[in-house]
Design a protein around this ligand. Structure first.
Ligand code: PAF
Length: 281
C-alpha cells in the first residue's frame, strides 16, 4: 500500500488504473481506524478493483469547543491496518491541499432541509463542513463508488442528497454499524469514555432496541421518544435528542406512519457525545 499526500500523485495513479480499465472504490475517514472502518473497506474491496482510503481530520466540520484538537491522530497504526485490509492507497492530504485558500475562506456546500434538524440543529455548520470536504475529496480521488457507515445516518443521507443534487458520478454505498459485544456502536470517540462511563454506554443501544420493540407492539412514536429520553436521563446521560424519523428524508412521521422509520439518538455521557441509530424495518 502506498501513502500519498500529494493530489497530483494521487490523480496520476488513479488515471493509470482507469486507463487499465479498473474502477475505484473510496472510503473517506478521519483516521483512528477500527473494525467499523475496516468493514467499509472490505465492502469497497468487494465492489471495486482498486481501493483508496483517506485519513483527514477535517477542521470545518468541528464547531467551536468541539474535539478537533484532541481528536485521536494515529496515522502509523492506520497505515498498518489499511495495508492489512487490502487498501491500495492511503490518501493523507495536508489541510492546504483541501483548503488552498484556508479553511475559513473555503467554498462551502450547504445541503438544505436535511441538515437543519438533529445533528445539524445541535452542531451548526457541521454538515456544511462534511459536505464540503467530501465533495473536495471526491473531486481529488474521482472514485466510482464511495462507502460510508450507517452509524452516521444523517451524514449518509446528506451525502446521498448532495451527490444526487450535484449529479456527482459516484455511487454512494453504506455499511452496517459495527458494535462491540455489549452493543456499543464502534466509534473513535469511545476512547474518551472513563471506565465507569464505558460500562454505562451500551444503554444507548439497549434503549434503541427497546424503543423499536415497543414501536412494533403498537406504541406511538411520540410517546416512545419521550420514554427513551427519560430512560437515558435516568441512566445518567444528557440526551440532545431521541427522534423517530422517516429514514428516507428524516422528516417527522405522520400519525399513522409505521413503515420506513428509524430512531436516532445523540447523548452526552460526561464529556463525551455519543450518537447511534436503529432502523425499524
Ligand atoms: O465520517 C467521517 O469520518 C467524516 O465525517 C468524513 C465523512 C470522513 C468527512 O470528514
Amino acid at each position: 500500500m502506498q501513502t500519498v499526500t500529494d493530489a497530483a500523485a494521487l490523480r496520476a495513479t488513479v488515471r493509470g488504473w482507469r486507463n487499465a480499465g479498473q474502477n475505484v472504490g473510496f472510503v473517506p475517514t478521519m483516521g483512528n481506524l477500527h473494525a467499523g472502518h475496516h468493514s467499509l473497506l472490505k465492502l469497497a474491496r468487494a465492489r471495486a478493483d482498486r481501493v483508496i482510503a483517506s485519513v483527514f481530520v477535517n477542521p470545518t466540520q468541528f464547531g467551536p469547543g468541539e474535539d478537533f484538537e484532541r481528536y485521536p491522530r494515529t496515522l502509523a497504526q492506520d497505515q498498518a491496518g489499511l495495508a492489512e485490509a487490502g487498501c491500495d492507497i492511503l490518501f493523507a492530504p495536508e489541510v492546504s491541499t483541501l483548503y488552498p485558500f484556508g479553511a475559513a475562506s473555503s467554498v462551502s456546500i450547504h445541503v438544505p432541509d436535511l441538515t437543519e434538524t438533529l445533528e445539524g440543529a445541535h452542531r451548526p455548520g457541521h454538515f456544511d463542513g462534511v459536505a464540503t470536504v467530501v465533495a473536495k475529496l471526491f473531486s481529488l480521488v474521482q472514485p466510482d463508488l464511495a462507502v460510508f457507515g450507517q452509524k452516521d445516518f444523517q451524514q449518509l443521507k446528506v451525502i446521498e442528497r448532495m451527490v444526487r443534487d450535484l449529479s456527482l458520478p459516484v455511487k454512494v454505498m453504506s455499511g452496517a454499524t459495527l458494535r462491540d459485544e455489549d452493543g456499543l456502536a464502534m466509534s473513535s470517540r469511545n476512547q474518551y469514555l472513563t471506565a465507569q462511563e464505558r460500562a454505562r454506554a451500551p444503554q444507548i443501544y439497549s434503549t434503541l432496541q427497546q424503543t423499536r420493540e415497543l414501536f412494533r407492539q403498537g406504541h406511538s412514536w411520540q410517546a416512545l421518544e419521550q420514554a427513551a429520553k427519560a430512560r437515558l436521563e435516568r441512566a445518567g446521560f444528557v440526551p440532545d435528542y431521541v427522534a423517530i424519523r422517516r429514514a428516507e428524508d428524516l422528516a417527522e412521521p405522520g400519525p399513522d406512519e409505521r413503515e420506513g422509520l428509524v430512531v436516532l439518538v445523540a447523548a452526552r455521557l460526561g464529556a463525551t457525545r455519543l450518537i447511534d441509530n436503529l432502523p425499524f424495518d
